[in-house]
Design a protein around this ligand. Structure first.
Ligand SMILES: [Zn+2]
Length: 202
């Protein structure tokens, strides 16, 4: 059993997780889309707390809030094969208070559960590609789940909109914006805005 550590979505220079079977961005995007459908996430802004307390519970996931002393440096720990997610107390409280980084951490942990179930996680931390990295995959899942490409394109004209509409940190919003630009999915001068922002529900 391997524990998955969460750093909350930072950008590191080298893969920091364990080696898992490769998943491309487009594959993780499709999985995140299916997960949003499965949990019936209708709004742009994901209600992370209700997702955990109601929807994951219904899906049979054991969700545990752990004291800071138990968790040490880990913001979250996921045991995919047991269907267990532990979230550090202050992270949970932060997500409750709409802190973007903590919301991201909770969806990052969900990413481990969704992506790394039935995966024989290797203890090896030898060199591997980004797309084979458990942490990169969970971060990518979080970005796709919290900030779906279509909604970013429809609702946002810049990273400020992304942060506000999706309830993510400024850093996560800027990273998302830059990556979607690199992938040619939004234009440099802002997305194609086809819907007024006032239609977004919180
Ligand atoms: Zn992780």
């Amino acid at each position: 059993m391997t524990q998955q550590k969460s750093g909350g979505g930072g950008t590191e220079q080298e893969p920091k997780g364990v080696k898992v079977p490769a998943l491309r961005i487009t594959q993780i995007r499709a999985i995140a889309e299916r997960a949003r459908e499965l949990f019936d996430v209708q709004q742009a802004w994901v209600d992370v707390i209700t997702l955990y307390e109601r929807d994951l519970h219904r899906a049979g996931v054991v969700f545990d809030i752990a004291e800071q002393g138990e968790m040490d440096q880990d913001h979250g720990l996921t045991f995919p094969n047991q269907g267990v997610i532990q979230i550090r107390e202050d992270v949970y409280e932060g997500a409750h208070a709409n802190n973007g980084r903590d919301r991201y951490t909770m969806i990052h942990e969900l990413g481990h559960l969704v992506l790394h179930d039935n995966v024989a996680l290797s203890r090896s931390i030898g060199p591997h590609k980004w797309i084979e990295d458990s942490e990169w995959q969970a971060d990518t899942f979080a970005a796709e789940f919290l900030m779906p490409v279509d909604l970013v394109r429809q609702l946002c004209q810049g990273p400020e909109d992304v942060a506000r509409i999706f309830g993510v940190s400024r850093k996560a919003a800027e990273t998302r914006w830059r990556k979607l630009q690199e992938q040619g999915l939004i234009k440099d001068d802002g997305a194609i805005r086809s819907r007024p922002i006032a239609r977004v529900n919180r």
